[in-house]
Ligand binder design. Structure first.
Ligand code: ASP
Length: 305
């Protein structure tokens, strides 16, 4: 028995881009499922699935990540291994192609959980990662437009940024994540993001924080997307897996988690969950979130937006 479920970010996906988003998540699930089908691990499956989306410029992770206020790209990524709560993450890493693979190496090759900034980049160099510029022309144009709109408001007044997010919910979509259960009964989760548009240099979101944007336990695995500042405060994926531990199946846990967030913080968010029985949970309070999944007994990938 195996299951793989991925998301391509919560937010508001324009109609003309929805086909490309759906194709992107399906391609990712297909690659992850190949790993599981041949008896591979959930860890290899979620890393493979996320790498495919990091290479797809339509998503806000790896190549195609959104730009900081200063016009740079700083990426966050995390991977979690359910059987023993292992976790590896990087924050604010620059100019590499696959932040998710670096996060896995933090877990496997160091005694740390999270490396940030220059330290993460030095580690990437040590691990043989080559220089890669993740900035695409399209993101640069978006950055120029949004920055101009922001500057036309009151620069020092940061709540204006929230207003800007409200007017442009597309700021958020595009983070990617994957959760899997493999044929050995092991769970894993992976999430990768460029963060949010116009973030300050050094801003770290929920993605690389254990239990916030990414988490896996023996009961299940979860990956979330949305405005990190709110999700970090309720430890969204930890909350979700607590619901699973307490007896909810993945879908009910996903709904209960987003309701909990709505009740206490009120942030735009979405979550995907796989539980130890191979059930999937998908829920969001944003206009859209792309997702796709495949289980061993299904012929076709199921996807939605
Ligand atoms: N959660 C990500 C962050 O706040 C953004 C996203 O999911 O789109 O960094």
């Amino acid at each position: 028995m195996y299951t793989i479920l991925v998301h391509g970010g919560a937010g508001s996906i324009p109609k003309e881009k929805s086909e490309a988003h759906l194709e992107g998540v399906k391609e990712s699930v297909r690659a992850g499922a190949e790993v599981l089908k041949s008896g591979g691990s959930a860890m290899d499956a979620v890393e493979t699935a996320v790498k495919i989306m990091e290479d797809n410029p339509i998503f806000n992770s790896g190549t195609g990540s959104v730009l900081t206020f200063e016009g740079e790209v700083e990426m966050d990524a995390a991977i979690a291994y359910g059987p023993n709560f292992d976790f590896g993450a990087v924050a604010g890493v620059k100019n590499i192609r696959h932040p998710i693979s670096l996060a896995r190496l933090v877990m496997e090759k160091t005694d740390h959980v999270l490396l940030a900034g220059q330290g993460a980049n030095d580690f990437a160099k040590l691990m043989g990662f080559e220089y890669h510029n993740p900035i695409t022309q399209q993101r640069k144009e978006q950055w120029e437009k949004y920055r101009q709109e922001f500057m036309n408001g009151n620069y020092k007044d940061w709540p204006k940024l929230r207003e800007l997010f409200k007017a442009h919910p597309e700021f958020l979509h595009g983070t990617v994540g994957a959760v899997a259960l493999d044929s050995h009964g092991e769970t894993a989760a992976a999430t990768s993001t460029g963060g949010v548009f116009l973030k300050l240099l050094g801003r770290v979101g929920d993605t690389p924080i254990p239990g916030a944007g990414t988490y896996a336990t023996i009961e299940g695995a979860a990956s979330s997307t949305g405005l990190g500042e709110g999700m970090m405060r309720v430890l969204l994926t930890k909350t979700a897996l607590d619901f699973v531990r307490d007896g909810l199946d993945a879908q009910h846990a996903a709904e209960a988690t987003i309701n909990y967030l709505d009740n206490f913080v009120g942030t735009d968010a979405g979550i995907i969950i796989v539980d130890r029985n191979g059930n999937v949970g998908i829920h969001h309070n944003t206009p859209s979130m792309t997702w796709a999944y495949l289980k061993n007994d299904m012929e076709e990938i199921v996807c939605g937006i």
